[in-house]
Design a protein. Structure first.
Length: 434
């Protein structure tokens, strides 16, 4: 309890400093971290707590020296100021020492691999949102639009969320959590869209609407000849987590996944001709918009075609995915799913089936992407449609399913992948809007 109280006191003291200098966002962020340390310390993985205490000590030491030099230059007393701020800095150092001790594990948790993965997720999200907010010409964080100056709090809040998601995905209930946070992202994404369409333009990114259909990530630029932001975002996501875009980040995929969960039986396997249909749809996604552009087709014509494709997407989910228990939309209908799968084969992330596999079949009912069969288990690798969702990894009682990345050990690869996937999810949740 002592360390919790000290953490809260130091955080509130730092928050008071920021309030004095008219920085309410930073003050709220510090207070939130202090409350987390005092009331829910497991939200702060131990490595992160160590880093925050160390940063606090450096901050107050630097602040004390800066103020002392200013007062000395004005021939004002400065010794008492140094003693006070130096004392605060030393209190942070004492918190670092106390947290580093073994018994602190009862408060902030162990110094193990998952703790470091959670810490890295926090830092990645915090830095990504901080840079995005600073560099973007418009406020990217929705909260900043309603409460100017609150961006630092949102950056910290989403960082803590990313750390929590990372820990949850690594746990025994990771599959259930993945489904829930994925649905949450889709709900927030489309909720903001509908509010924007209802007249609240603040909920929209720029005010320029486009249909939120994944196929348009590729087809849109081919027709317009510009506007490749979503294509670049999609490509960057592939570079970081491979085809996991389709199982963690796609705003439509959560719908398809929800449809399949309505079927209690084992997911059905896609027919052999599905791959040819899939290739055909991708080819049409490239050729049709290019032909429309070359032929000078009107925007209304292009929108009509895109709208019909979107209606077809919903029909596939409701009629095929719900009946088969397999994500037919994502593994057959959506051309970006095939792009992600093909690009994934060129990237280092892999799901590997080791010799420890007994072919017991426990993993088969968990795969909604038609990527696992007894034949795939014998081959030692999932089918092309694998999206690295990780459900089979958690289901395997023999530990035969492993993430692989270049020369990383399987456990390290899983930690790294989960950290990146959770971080991207948190960033997308924070900023992705129409």
């Amino acid at each position: 309890m002592g360390l919790r109280a000290i953490s809260l006191g130091l955080a509130l003291l730092t928050a008071a400093h920021f309030l004095r200098w008219n920085a309410p966002g930073q003050a709220a962020a510090c207070a939130t971290l202090g409350l987390a340390a005092a009331l829910a310390p497991r939200l702060l993985p131990r490595p992160l707590a160590l880093l925050l205490f160390a940063a606090g000590g450096i901050f107050w030491a630097h602040l004390g020296m800066e103020f002392a030099f200013m007062r000395a230059a004005q021939n004002l007393p400065w010794l008492r100021l140094i003693l006070i701020m130096g004392g605060v800095s030393l209190a942070f150092v004492a918190a670092v020492v106390t947290t580093a001790r073994t018994r602190a594990g009862d408060i902030f948790g162990p110094l193990d691999g998952p703790a470091w993965a959670k810490t890295l997720a926090f830092l990645l999200v915090w830095e990504a949102l901080r840079v995005a907010q600073a560099k973007a010409p418009i406020p990217l964080l929705l909260g900043e639009r309603f409460l100017p100056g609150s961006a630092p709090w949102w950056e910290i809040a989403f960082g803590l969320y990313a750390a929590w998601v990372t820990g949850g995905l690594l746990g025994a209930q990771g599959s259930r959590l993945r489904a829930r946070i994925w649905a949450l992202f889709s709900l927030v994404f489309f909720g903001q869209l509908f509010l924007g369409l209802a007249g609240w333009g603040t909920f929209l990114m720029t005010g320029d609407l486009h249909l939120p259909i994944p196929a348009l990530i590729l087809a849109g630029p081919l027709y317009r000849g510009h506007g490749i932001f979503m294509l670049l975002l999609f490509g960057a996501s592939l570079l970081l987590v491979g085809p996991a875009w389709c199982s963690h980040l796609c705003y439509i995929g959560a719908w398809d996944h929800t449809m399949t969960r309505l079927v209690p039986q084992r997911p059905g396997k896609l027919p052999a001709w599905a791959s040819k249909v899939r290739m055909g749809i991708l080819a049409l996604t490239i050729l049709v918009p290019a032909a429309l552009r070359a032929g000078g087709a009107s925007t209304s014509t292009a929108l009509l075609g895109a709208g019909l494709f979107g209606v077809g997407s919903i029909a596939v989910m409701v009629l095929a995915s719900r009946r088969l228990g397999t994500m037919v939309h994502c593994t057959l209908w959506c051309p970006m799913g095939l792009v992600a799968n093909l690009m994934g084969r060129l990237l280092p992330w892999r799901l590997r089936i080791t010799a420890a596999c007994t072919r017991c079949g426990r993993c088969l009912p968990t795969c909604r992407y038609s990527a696992l069969s007894i034949q795939d288990l014998k081959k030692g690798r999932p089918a092309l449609t694998c999206s690295l969702c990780g459900d089979c990894v958690r289901a395997c009682p023999h530990g035969a399913m492993e993430y692989a990345y270049l020369g990383l050990a399987p456990k390290t690869a899983r930690l790294a992948f989960t950290c990146l996937a959770a971080s991207l999810h948190a960033v997308f949740l924070a900023v992705a809007r129409i």
